[in-house]
Design a binder for this molecule. Structure first.
Ligand code: ATR
Length: 279
């Protein structure tokens, strides 16, 4: 019998996950299909019940449901529990188990560019929901130092404090981060600053960026944010958010099928859909 997968969110029409996963099902000759499901906040509990009784094999969860879905699931993986957000659900014999592949997807994507991350001094910009997944996964991957700069410094303090993995980390204001920039090997941008339509915005000034630094931005619309353009002009290596999107999807696909898929192909599928070249 054909297996059903999907993604729930609001809005959902522009999700690139159906295209990416359906292409993989075809590639690996799996009799399965992945649907976008438009689920409004007030219908979340009913939708989860429906997906469960219909026997959907697994699904992704996107904005605004990643946190609210937790009490509606049967089990939560420890990392997802610590992060407090689920982006992937697997149906195991009628039990819905929640995972978070965003943070680990980011770490997998990062290690394609940066080797020995455990020796690196990293600066994370932002302390919101997206930052939380990345911070916990980077901490659990053993990053040497992982400071957090945020407009609201108290939120950076809370993020560091709540991390269940041991890591050396300080909180900073955005201004202090600009001044201390030369200390960091990697800068990881997790806020919405620079995202379309406000593409001319910059979270911090890169004047003091270390020579040979690596700068990554989790935004992929635009594919190259102003931060990445300026980092490139300063001869930094850069990475946009497309890789993280691809790898969170690859890890979800692996949880559902046991196959770690061809990420290069996934990237090309999404690139074609976006109609542009990536860095
Ligand atoms: P997400 O789930 O996408 O991470 P979020 O949880 O609302 O969204 O977090 C947004 C992040 O972007 C926060 O770090 C926020 O800073 P504050 O904690 O100070 O609010 C940051 N952010 C958003 N807009 C910003 C702006 N104009 N200037 C500086 N930081 C901004």
């Amino acid at each position: 019998m054909k297996k059903l997968f999907g993604v729930i969110g609001d809005p959902i029409a522009h999700s690139m996950s159906p295209l990416m996963h359906n292409d993989l099902f075809q590639l690996y000759q799996l009799d399965a299909h992945y649907f976008p499901f438009h689920v409004k906040k007030e219908n979340l509990a009913d939708a989860i019940k429906g997906l469960k009784v219909l026997g959907v094999s697994g699904f992704n969860v996107t904005v605004p449901h990643k946190v609210d879905i937790i009490p509606l699931l049967d089990e939560i993986d420890p990392l997802a529990k610590a992060i407090g957000a689920v982006n992937t659900v697997v149906n195991v014999d009628g039990k819905l188990i929640g995972y978070n592949t965003d943070g680990n997807g980011y770490v997998r994507a990062l290690t394609n560019y940066v080797h020995h991350i455990e020796d690196k001094r990293m600066l994370m910009i932002g302390a919101g929901g997206a930052a939380r997944g990345l911070f916990f996964s980077l901490a659990s991957a053993g990053v040497k130092r992982l400071d957090v700069a945020n407009r609201t410094v108290e939120k950076a303090d809370a993020l560091i404090e709540e991390c269940p993995y041991e890591v050396k980390a300080n909180s900073l204001s955005l201004k202090d981060a600009e001044l201390a920039l030369a200390e960091y090997d990697c800068v990881i941008q997790t806020t919405s600053i620079g995202m379309a339509p406000k593409t001319d915005e910059l979270p911090i000034n890169l004047e003091r960026l270390k020579a040979g630094a690596f700068v990554s931005d989790i935004i992929y619309n635009p594919l190259e944010t102003r931060l990445l353009t300026e980092a490139k002009e300063r001869k930094a290596s850069i990475q946009n958010g497309l890789d993280m999107f691809v790898y969170q999807g690859a890890l979800a696909f692996e949880l559902w099928t046991g196959i770690f898929p061809d990420t290069e192909r996934m990237r090309k599928t999404v690139e074609m859909q976006l109609g542009g070249k990536t860095c």
